[in-house]
Design a protein around this ligand. Structure first.
Ligand code: C2O
Ligand code: CU
Length: 454
């Protein structure tokens, strides 16, 4: 059951986001450490969390397309950690995957990340070790890459949505590692936040143009979203611009997915524009935008497409090989007899065996796929389980391919129970890349594999 959400009062304080930092000059520290943050219901003491730079979310990193990001991860936790820069088509050595691209950073240790960002868009960063605990305790932040010429908007709002399992006193429920959660939909919470606060409210003006950079930082919850009092257009998914902005009223944001939405405030003076999570108990307001004053007489109208990012076009799909990737296991199905355990080594071999990808529980010793550099590859993801899975590929964006032709570029795709989704991408980023479910409890109990681009 969800903890009762306090009513958001019109004109309430906007959530305090950490100030954006420009990545220039000497390396800046990004310290992961215990902290406290008022993420819970009003009136309770601040919640003990784990945080980057002492805040949930961590400091927003905002750079221009083509810039370099330099950050020194300092580990103030009592367990090893890394940072993964989710969705960035990054140099492999900076991808932050323990055992695959680097050693995990021990408590008290540090690691220098430095990389260029090839694509404009909305990305995020989070740990890639014991993610089911470290992410759930508050370690994540936004990485915003601005276009050389950003679209004209009045306000650029990063909204990171999260789902927490809180105890009565507002502390994080210590029920980590519960196999029942892991075998079902993952660790689902009872309290939603936007930018680390239980209520996000911010006064806007009628006909004001807003750019929402929405991201789902939850470990497992899929957030359906509805826009009210807003004429909204979807302009990018997982950082990558759509060829054509599409009018949008509702949108599904699976774990790790992002959506850029440009919205004109159509609610009038005194009314409230909203982003709500429509659910069975009625619409839950995630963000409220009370309207006061007017930005212009008429709304600006449909936005133009954002400039495309330099992603290689798909090659000949007919000639491309298609590699099957079957998802198996979990409650109500279980693993087929004889399912292999990955022989990858290290901590990853201690994982509980609940889920499998391509016939293997966890990371196989050898990649499930080796692609030549520049090769167009198809992966047919077959969901043979009773749950949806948010499948994420590192280092590349892919397109879903079906009868209607290639879909938009994405780095994380929600594949419904019983469905098959075929994706295609150009394997042009050399290195070893993970492909896993971003319901991170599923990944930790087997739903992860990797591919190699030679
Ligand atoms: Cu956002 Cu492999 O992760
Ligand atoms: Cu999953």
């Amino acid at each position: 059951m969800r903890i009762t959400r306090r009513q958001v009062l019109a004109g309430g304080a906007a959530a305090l986001a950490a100030p954006p930092a420009r990545a220039t000059g000497p390396i800046q520290e990004l310290r992961a450490a215990p902290a406290t943050s008022p993420i819970g219901p009003e009136g309770l003491a601040p919640t003990p969390v784990w945080a980057y730079g002492g805040t949930v979310p961590g400091p927003e990193i905002r750079v221009r397309q083509g810039d370099r990001v330099n950050r020194r991860l300092v580990n103030g936790l009592d367990q090893p950690t890394t940072i993964h820069w989710h969705g960035v088509r990054i140099a492999n050595a900076m991808d932050g995957v323990p055992g695959l691209t680097q050693e995990a950073v021990a408590p008290g240790g540090s690691f220098d990340y430095g990389f260029e960002v090839p694509d404009a868009g909305t990305y995020w960063y989070h740990p890639h070790n014991r993610t089911w605990e470290q992410l759930a305790r508050g370690l994540y932040g936004a990485l915003v890459v601005e276009e050389p010429e950003p679209p004209e908007v009045d306000r650029d709002l990063v909204l990171l949505i999260d789902d927490w399992r809180l105890a009565e006193d507002g502390t994080i429920h210590e029920s980590f590692g519960m196999m029942h959660d892991w075998a079902h939909a993952g660790r689902l919470g009872n309290w939603a936040t936007v930018n680390g606060r239980g209520a996000h409210a911010e006064t806007v003006r009628e006909n004001e143009r807003l750019r929402f950079r929405l991201g789902n930082a939850a470990t497992a919850r899929v957030f359906p979203l509805r826009f009210t009092g807003l004429a909204a257009h979807l302009v990018a998914l997982d950082g990558m611009p759509l060829a054509m902005p599409a009018p949008v009223e509702t949108l599904t944001l699976a774990p790790a997915q992002r959506a850029d939405v440009i919205a004109d405030v159509t609610a009038g003076e005194g009314a409230v524009a909203r982003i709500v999570e429509p659910d069975q108990r009625g619409a839950l307001a995630l963000a409220d935008f009370p309207v006061s004053g007017r930005a212009r007489v008429q709304p600006l109208g449909p936005p133009r497409a954002l400039p495309a990012n330099p992603v290689a076009p798909l090659g000949d799909l007919g000639a491309a090989r298609s590699v099957p990737l079957r998802m198996e296991g979990g409650a109500m199905r279980g693993l087929a007899e004889g399912t292999r355990r990955g022989g990858f080594g290290g901590a990853m071999d201690d994982m509980p065996a609940i889920w499998a990808l391509a016939g293997t529980v966890g990371m196989p010793e050898r990649p499930f796929l080796e692609a030549g550099r520049g090769e167009t590859v198809r992966i047919a993801m077959v969901n043979d389980t009773a749950f949806p899975h948010a499948m994420h590929l590192h280092g590349h964006h892919f397109r879903m391919i079906d009868g209607r032709g290639p879909g938009p570029l994405r780095d994380t795709l929600l594949v419904a129970a019983g469905e098959t989704a075929e994706v295609a991408f150009v394997a042009d980023n050399p290195g070893d890349w993970m492909l896993h479910c971003h319901m991170v409890e599923h990944a930790a109990s087997g739903m992860m594999t990797w591919l190699r681009v030679a």
